[in-house]
Design a protein. Structure first.
Length: 197
């Protein structure tokens, strides 16, 4: 336990443009390291699955992690009203990412995840590595809306969500509306990975 009195904590590293000398440009950046207690709020959803809603949007500077959550904030009332956990961004018939997570789809036991114009999260990378290590076939590629809604299973990944199964998008039930067997396997593999890290 450190000076912050937390046994387990999550860290958020934030770099800002720094103090503005003319209202626009700065001469020195500021670096902050923020800590907050970890939570297990996602656990019930890991067993029963979540719902997503979609939005036509492509994040600017998508390869960089930023604090620009304006679209997610704008859609927050809609998300809550729909009972959804996350917002899935689509653009020009392509699937990209969720507001704070990455997405995987499963079709005929093959795992697919978007490759381009997304933030390639560290949990996403860990899951891809686990899939490859355990001899699953995983393909990074553009995914169409048609492929999304025809998926057998879908799950999202994020540091604070681990592996969360998706059982509904908008009004469309995914697969049989239950957490899929392959998703359960990945959840177990990921949990074991964390325990043994």
């Amino acid at each position: 336990m450190g000076l912050n009195k937390m046994k387990d904590a999550s860290f958020r590293i934030l770099m800002t443009g720094g103090d503005m000398t003319d209202g626009l440009l700065s001469t020195k950046t500021n670096l902050f390291i923020l800590t907050e207690p970890t939570t297990d709020y996602y656990l019930p959803y890991a067993k029963k699955g979540i719902k997503l809603i979609t939005s036509e949007y492509l994040r600017p500077f998508s390869l960089s992690k930023s604090t620009c959550y304006i679209e997610a904030v704008r859609l927050e009332p809609t998300r809550r009203k729909a009972g959804a956990t996350e917002i899935l961004f689509l653009k020009d018939n392509k699937v990209y990412e969720c507001s704070t997570s990455n997405i995987f789809i499963v079709k005929k036991s093959i795992f697919y995840t978007p490759k381009n114009n997304i933030l390639q999260g560290i949990t996403r990378k860990a899951v891809i590595d686990l899939l490859n290590k355990n001899k699953f076939k995983v393909i990074e590629k553009d995914i169409s809306e048609k492929e999304l809604f025809a998926a057998d299973e879908i799950f999202i990944t994020a540091t604070n969500k681990k592996v969360l199964p998706v059982i509904k998008i908008n009004k469309k039930i995914i697969g049989n509306g239950k957490v899929g067997d392959l998703t359960k396997q990945i959840q177990q593999l990921f949990d074991n990975y964390i325990l043994n890290y």
